[in-house]
Write a protein that binds this ligand. Structure first.
Ligand code: AMP
Length: 484
């Protein structure tokens, strides 16, 4: 899961400042690397490993000119986290095109063997974005070197959809304008917005609406599944519906990934989390267990913690204080690093645990590393009973669309009953949200009609083209990455 932004500013403007403030707003989507490519007469780039504020300095702002820009923060899912894999990527010849994506190409290995092998194209990295970039650029080139039109961009998008499988939402720029396309099933989000200033209109596409908020853009709308947007020199946004698949946005965006102040597909992430908390509270009330306090694991479970506690008539307390400078533990390179950093990241407040029956609420339990550690800490702090609550259902299946939970053996809930999971994590009791309640909760925070990708919970992959071979290839990649 990554974050991206593209901007097309008016006239002689420089888009770099908006891209930078946007990237800072979505730093939570990837802390591994960051990059920006702008265009003014030529592509100019700065990319590097680390946080946005570490990669970019004042001197880069002085040289990254132009009204067209695309930026990215990376959370590595394919590739070994090398600096050669840092996005955006671009080609200067035969058509100038720069690109960033969020998602995962599921037939990357097959494309390397076939499409790229036959054309003698040598990829410069291990990043699956190259698959999308080359197919897109090759299609544009075959349509002739000339100012790109919306029809050209739509035809190139169609060719990408035909050849490149998986879930990948894409934004980018060319010498002539800005483009974006949402993956055929709309699994990954793209939000389009604009800002009117005395100099003219600015356009932006981003992975979360919060980017538009902080950079002063008003949201126009989400791109639909399989929809493409092109804005050329006439500066008129042109939309084309290229794909014809059903819309299946990733439900995990609402559970964990997005910021609570974002709206995705007209659904407030904050409202969704409040409703998830309420429902889990009602379910807990029926178990017959009695608790004294709800302690959400910061930061993602804070919103749902409030409503779960409300429903149960309990206080919601800050039992863990988070050191916000350590970063997301999940995004650490391997298990050992993750475990060490959980303890350093979450420090308990003894008074909230001592002698109490505590409900510790988290958004999800993946490998169980976080839960195991926090249950241990709760006991060290003198908790009488520790109830572990997850406002999402048990994670059981690899996400093949870009969320780093790709290897089956990693899931603590796999092949275990709730009782066994509780024993494994050291808790007195474990409660999960059901799939039905989760879907209904997120739906009610939006227009009530969305159907989601929930493959990680139930193993049904909406793209319908996932083979055992693909799962194997991705597992091998992930195992290699976690050892590196
Ligand atoms: P684990 O310790 O492996 O059970 O991870 C669970 C924790 O990681 C939860 O506290 C979540 O907030 C967080 N988390 C869940 N899914 C992801 C993900 N795909 N990427 C990063 N963090 C995640």
């Amino acid at each position: 899961m990554c974050g991206f932004i593209s901007i097309f500013g008016p006239g002689d403007s420089d888009a770099i400042h908006d891209v930078l403030s946007g990237l800072l707003a979505i730093q939570h989507r990837g802390q591994d690397a960051a990059g920006i490519v702008t265009f003014k007469d030529r592509f100019q780039a700065k990319k590097g490993l680390g946080l946005v504020r570490e990669v970019f300095q004042e001197k880069h702002l002085q040289r990254l000119h132009g009204p067209l820009a695309v930026g990215h923060v990376r959370y590595p899912t394919v590739g070994l986290g090398e600096d050669t894999d840092v996005q955006p990527f671009w080609l200067d010849y035969p058509v100038g095109v720069a690109m960033a994506h969020n998602g995962n190409v599921t037939n990357f290995h097959e494309l390397k063997r076939t499409y790229f092998g036959q054309r003698q194209i040598r990829l410069a990295s291990n990043c699956d974005l190259e698959a999308v970039l080359y197919v897109f650029a090759d299609s544009l080139m075959r349509r002739g070197v000339k100012p790109i039109t919306a029809d050209d961009a739509a035809a190139a998008t169609k060719e990408v959809f035909d050849r490149v499988k998986g879930a990948y939402s894409v934004v980018g720029i060319t010498a002539d304008g800005m483009y974006a396309f949402r993956d055929p099933y709309g699994i990954k989000p793209i939000i389009f917005g604009k800002k009117v200033t005395p100099e003219g209109t600015w356009y932006a596409c981003a992975s979360e609406s919060v980017v538009l908020d902080v950079a002063g853009y008003e949201k126009v709308r989400d791109l639909a599944a399989g929809e493409m947007l092109w804005i050329g020199q006439d500066r008129v946004p042109q939309f084309r519906q290229v794909g014809d698949k059903p819309h299946r946005p990733c439900i995990f965006e609402y559970i964990y990934f997005s910021r609570p102040d974002s709206f995705l597909d007209e659904t407030s992430v904050y409202e969704a989390r409040m409703e998830l908390g309420r429902r889990l509270g009602r379910a807990f009330a029926e178990t017959g267990h009695t608790a004294d306090v709800v302690i959400p694991v910061p930061e993602s479970a804070k919103t749902a913690g409030q409503t779960m506690a409300e429903v149960l008539g309990l206080p919601c307390r800050e039992g863990f204080v988070k050191n916000r400078y350590i970063g997301r533990t999940f995004i650490m390179p391997n298990d050992k690093a993750r475990q060490d950093s959980i303890r350093a990241k979450l420090n308990p407040i003894r008074a909230e645990f001592e002698g109490k029956n505590v409900i510790i609420l988290d958004d999800s339990i993946v490998r169980g590393n976080t839960s195991r550690q926090i249950v241990k800490i709760a006991r060290q702090m003198g908790a009488a009973k520790v109830f572990l609550a997850s406002y999402s259902p048990p994670l059981l299946f690899p996400c093949l669309y870009g969320i780093d939970m790709s290897t089956k053996r990693e899931f603590v809930a796999r092949d275990r009953t709730n009782k066994e999971i509780a024993a494994e994590l050291g808790a007195d009791y474990v409660i999960y949200q059901t799939i039905e309640e989760m879907v209904d909760a997120v739906r009610t925070a939006g227009n009530g009609k969305l159907e989601f990708c929930k493959a990680c919970f139930e193993g049904v992959y909406p793209t319908g083209d996932i083979t055992e071979g693909m799962i194997h290839d991705i597992e091998v990649d992930r195992m290699a990455a976690s050892k590196s």
